[in-house]
Design a binder for this molecule. Sequence first.
Ligand code: SAM
Length: 285
Amino acid sequence: MERLFKPKRVTEILNRHGFRFSKALGQNFLIDGNIVRKIVDSAELTEDDYVLEIGPGIGTMTEELSLRAKKVLCVEIDNRLKPLLQETILDNYDNVAIHFADVLKTDLNELVKEHFGDNEFKVVANLPYYVTTPIITKLIEDDLNLKSITVMVQKEVASRFAGEPSTKAYGSLSVFIQFYSNVVYNFTVPKNVFMPKPNVDSAVVTLNIKEELPNIDRDKFFRVVRASFSKRRKTIINSLSTYGFDASKEEIKKALELSNIDEIRRAETLTSEEFIALSINFPNI
Ligand code: SAM
């Protein structure tokens, strides 16, 4: 059978079903076999792996996942894709299940348990760009039995995930993602491997979920991080003392001192470990 990533085959299937792309749903389908293989390579799948794919589209990557993994579960919001996915995937591959729903409104713990039992799983997806961060945040915060997340996202977002201190890409999103995972920036993807072509370049990143996390008040930690980055060009003392926390400037100075952080530094120079120390020493907010 001809593989799905051939542009001619994609066009033929879409036309035969009278399918029109939805921009609002971030539908940019892959039409390049090399990129599909490279994304799946980045996830380092074995035949024992359980995989969750978000947004299978017409199943281009699903097909490759199905050939390499034990079981694939997809969550797709667009019901119009039902007959297409039936023809391309469900009629041909028996280790794939497709759940039609908005992933953001889905109880993933329940769904994954139903299909994968208590087994650990990996996420592999070409994400709809309008909801990249909410989806990743949900995956991380839902406390799933998740090993890694390999996703195609906008290049600029991938750089923020992987951002290191003192670089332009580093911000509260970098600290958040790197608190939970070790980030690998795999490769950049040009616009011309999609149909239709998006406006920006993309990149594939892998977030390897950390098994152990620092035992701290996470809510307080992320509030301190967000406040620190709220005024990027100002000093850390200035950002924190004008943020509106119920804490005096003196108390905040003391917390910085206890954490060995010079108050005239800017947030973008602080490492994750320094933010952790600061949140531990920070007054109760
Ligand atoms: N995986 C396919 C590919 O690479 O060709 C399609 C990727 S396309 C960038 C994103 C897919 O996510 C679309 O199929 C879209 O309908 C689906 N999608 C958009 N929002 C979604 C949501 N909230 N929940 C689940 N799927 C969603």
